[in-house]
Each structure stands twice: as C-alpha cells, then as structure tokens.
Ligand binder design. Structure first.
Ligand code: ADP
Length: 468
C-alpha cells in the first residue's frame, strides 16, 4: 500500500481550479492559482467587523458567480489577523485575514484568506503559496486538472438549506434592561451571533428616497441581519417609525411596524380581529355621552367591562356589575376625556386567561394566568399566578390566526375561555419571556432565534433564462 490515511493523494493543480469553502457556504468557486502571492485572497464586499473585541468576527458578501451580482452569499468568520498586503498592481492595503477549510477532490485543509473588495478582480479567488501544501504540484500551462464543480449548486434549494449557520448581527430595539432583553442577548450570543441592544428613542433617521439610513450616537447604524423590536407602549409612534425605516432599508424585522401599531391600539386591534373572524368578546365604543345606554345594550347589558384604551397590565380595566355602575363608570371616564371601550363580561372565564406565545406561526408555549382571589383580572402585575396550560385545538388556531392577522412573527396572544370557544382579548407584539419561560421551563428565546436563523438564510436564486 502506498497511501495511508495520513498521506493524502498528491494533487496536481493547473492555473485555474474549482474549489469549495464549505464553512463559508461557498460550495463552488473558480480560483486562480497565484504562486507569486503568499496568502490567498477572496473577492468580498460589504466587509464589516462585529462581535466582541476579544474575538472579533468579520462578515462580508461574495458573488460566487462572475457577472451574477444578484446572487449574493453572506458569510461570516472569526478574524485571525490583519495584514498589510501588496497586490500585483503594487497597491498596498490593510486586509482582514480569516482561516477556513479549503476542499478539493475530497481532501480538505485549513488555509488563510485575506478579504479584499476589488471590483476589478476577474477571479473570485486567488490561491497563494500558503494554501498550496507540500503535496500539491503545479502545471501552470494547464487548467481544471481537479474535478469540475458547477455553479448550479447556488440555484438548488436543498444545497442552500444545508449551508452552514453563519453568525448574524442582530439589534434588539429596547430601552429596558429587563429579563427579556438580557435573555435575548445571552441566548443570541450563545449561538455565536452578535446581539446589540439599541435604545429606540436614541435612533434618528435620514428619510430620503435613495439612501434611507438609521443613525445612533453620531454614527450610521450597520446593516443588521435582523431586528427584534421591543417597543414600549409609551413610545409606539416613534418606535414604529424607526422599525419602518429598517423595513425600508430591507432589514428583516421579526415584527413589522404596521402590526405593532395596529395591535397596540385596542380599537384598531378589535377591528382587525373582527375582520379576520377571530372570536373576541362583543365590544362597543362611542364618542358621545348620548350613546351610553345604547352602548351598554350592544354588549348585552351589565355586568360588563369598561376598558381604558391605553390600559396595560390590567390597570385600566373595570368590571361594572350593574347598569347603574356601568353608567357612572362611563360618565366618569368621559369626564376625564379618557378613551375607552365597553365589552361583554366573560363571567365563566372566572378570573383566568391563557397566554399563548406564538413564534413563526406556531404556539410554542401556553400558560394559564389565574387572578388573585376575588379579582376578575388575571394579570401577573395584579397578583395573578401563572402555570403551564394545555390548550385545545380551537385555542391554538385562534392564537395562530390572531398573530397572523397582525403579521406578527412573535406575539403573546391572550384569550379567555368562554362557553362558546376562545375569545381573544389582546395581541401583544413585545411579549415578556420571564413569566412564560418560568411557567413552562422551555427555552422560548431559543425558538425565536430558530425562526430568525431560518428567515435570514439566503434562498436559492433562480437560474437566468437563456436568451431566445
Ligand atoms: P390589559 O391590557 O390592561 O392587561 P386586558 O384587556 O388584557 O387589559 O384585561 C386584563 C384582564 O382582565 C384580563 O387578563 C382578563 O383576566 C380580565 N378581562 C378583560 N376583559 C375581560 C372580559 N371581557 N371578560 C372577562 N374578563 C376580562
């Protein structure tokens, strides 16, 4: 036997060969062999450093097929060095160096690659001396001495699905340092992503047709792979304007601005739910005091619920047991010029509601919240208790449809269990993770990252039709 597993077959390279860089998600690249250069170079653009300064990463994009600039592969890698490189035209440039596996004819070995953004470079890649190990011989007059690969792989959905997970740069838009924000950062970083918390109110924007941007602290914010909005109720209009700007730039936002806006406004939200024929308590509202008794009649009379439109955490929700009580609460709210709605009281819910966490169109967890003794409100902020809930098929469907009605990929859907099925009370676009992760013992933030990783993975690019 001449070959042992430790001594791979010698390879002969011509002046141009097909290679692959699997860890970067580049299964087929045509490389020029350049023995005049020490280090290999990859033609990349949008080169950007991110991640912690102790282990900085670089992300960049590659057009693996010359002339097909619509096909873009986003890559990321750890930076192993930064080096001054003088290219063949005599220009010197400080480049990032990464180390990744080179694969040819079933053999694989690590090589160093410098990243350079030179649009004039005809080959996507140059292989330098460092990459050409001892057992490679070069025949400079020949080409394609190694197995041919095809650019067709970039058009295959299966191959693209199998692409390696790359490190993402993610922004959490939040002003609060709470459990959910901390978990989002920790869980994202544990998966190798870089997660930055951005104070939404400190973002400012240039709004123009050609180059919309978001700025922060005197600088333009980088191109994030994904944005996780955690917009507090008090800053909804400005917060959603910032999200809209990210949407304009083309950044993937787990929740869109339109869905956040509609779900925040209780009247708007009820109208959206009704339009999608999703069960909810009969709800009525009016602006004029003349209509008070009609309003009470519309929801089936007392006992009924009167709710401030701005209510959160159950603070502005009142149960009026009698018609007289309802009239006086309504007139008191009107006197304060408060916006409110009147709702049928679902008595049989008995101070319990169900919070369904919907991520990526699926209920990933559900918890039951039970109000403090004697309270019809089940909010945890009002002393309620949470426990894991088993939900029925109609409840699951109502929750999924409610999140979908607002186009929310992450939503907390609250529903009441009534005698005639689930009634959706509210769809929350910034659901808290603490209560529901504790109650269910599940890694729900992880589910959110599964969804983000799936969504920002580049899809296959169609083959170009041949002319004629
Ligand atoms: P908030 O947004 O302030 O939390 P909700 O509409 O969610 O207001 O109401 C708070 C709590 O009050 C609910 O979780 C539920 O337990 C109870 N509740 C609200 N509306 C009704 C209703 N129509 N019938 C019965 N209970 C209700």
């Amino acid at each position: 036997m001449t070959d042992s597993p430790d001594t791979p077959n010698p390879l002969t390279f011509g002046w141009e060969e097909w290679i692959s860089l699997p860890a970067l998600g580049l299964p087929a690249i045509s490389a020029k062999i350049d023995t005049g250069a020490r280090t290999s170079a990859l033609h990349a653009y949008d080169i950007e450093v991110f991640g912690p300064s102790t282990a900085p990463k670089v992300r960049f994009s590659v057009h693996p097929i010359p002339g097909r600039n619509d096909l873009e592969i986003p890559c990321s890698a750890l930076i192993t060095d930064r080096r001054e490189v003088t290219s063949s035209n005599g220009e010197s440039e400080l480049r990032y160096v990464i180390t990744t596996a080179l694969e040819v004819a079933g053999q694989s070995w690590p090589i160093e690659i410098t990243l350079t953004d030179r649009s004039g470079m005809t080959n996507r890649m140059l292989l330098g001396r460092q990459a050409l190990t001892d057992h490679i011989s070069i025949v400079p007059t020949e080409r394609h001495l190694q197995p041919e690969l095809s650019h067709d792989v970039y058009h295959s959905a299966r191959v693209r699905q199998a692409a390696p997970k790359r490190a993402l740069r993610i922004a959490v838009m939040s002003r609060e340092d709470n459990y959910s924000t901390r978990r989002l950062v920790e869980a994202g970083e544990a998966r190798g992503h870089s997660v930055e918390v951005i104070d939404t109110t400190r973002c400012y924007m240039t709004i123009n047709a050609l180059a919309p941007e978001v700025h922060y602290d005197g600088q333009r914010l980088p191109r994030y792979d994904a944005v996780i909005p955690r917009i507090g109720a008090s800053i909804t209009p400005y917060g959603t304007a910032v999200i809209r700007q990210f949407e304009t730039i083309g950044t993937y936002c787990i929740n869109g601005s339109a869905g956040i806006t509609a779900s925040r406004d209780k009247l708007h939200a009820h109208q959206v739910l009704a339009r999608h024929k999703i069960g909810m308590p009969t709800t009525a509202f009016a602006a004029s005091p003349k209509d008070t008794s009609n309003l009470i009649g519309l929801v089936g009379g007392a006992p009924l619920i009167v709710k401030l439109l701005e209510s959160t955490q159950g603070k502005g929700v009142v149960l009026a047991e009698t018609t007289k009580a309802a009239e006086s609460v309504i007139s008191a709210f009107r006197g304060l010029r408060a916006n409110f709605l009147v709702q049928h009281f679902i008595k049989e819910a008995a101070g319990e509601d169900v919070r369904c966490l919907v991520i990526g169109g699926k209920v990933v967890a559900a918890m039951k919240r039970t109000g403090a003794d004697g309270d019809f409100r089940s909010n945890l902020h009002q002393g309620g208790q949470a426990s894991i809930a088993r939900i029925t098929k109609p409840e699951r469907e109502a929750a999924v449809r409610a999140a979908k009605a607002f186009g929310l990929n992450m939503a907390g859907v609250d529903l009441l269990r009534s005698d005639d099925g689930p009634k959706v009370l509210e769809v929350n676009s910034s659901p808290g993770f603490e209560g529901i992760e504790r109650a269910t013992g599940k890694d729900l933030v992880g589910k959110l990252y599964d969804e983000i990783e799936q969504r920002v993975r580049p899809g296959p690019v169609p083959r170009r039709k041949r002319p004629g």
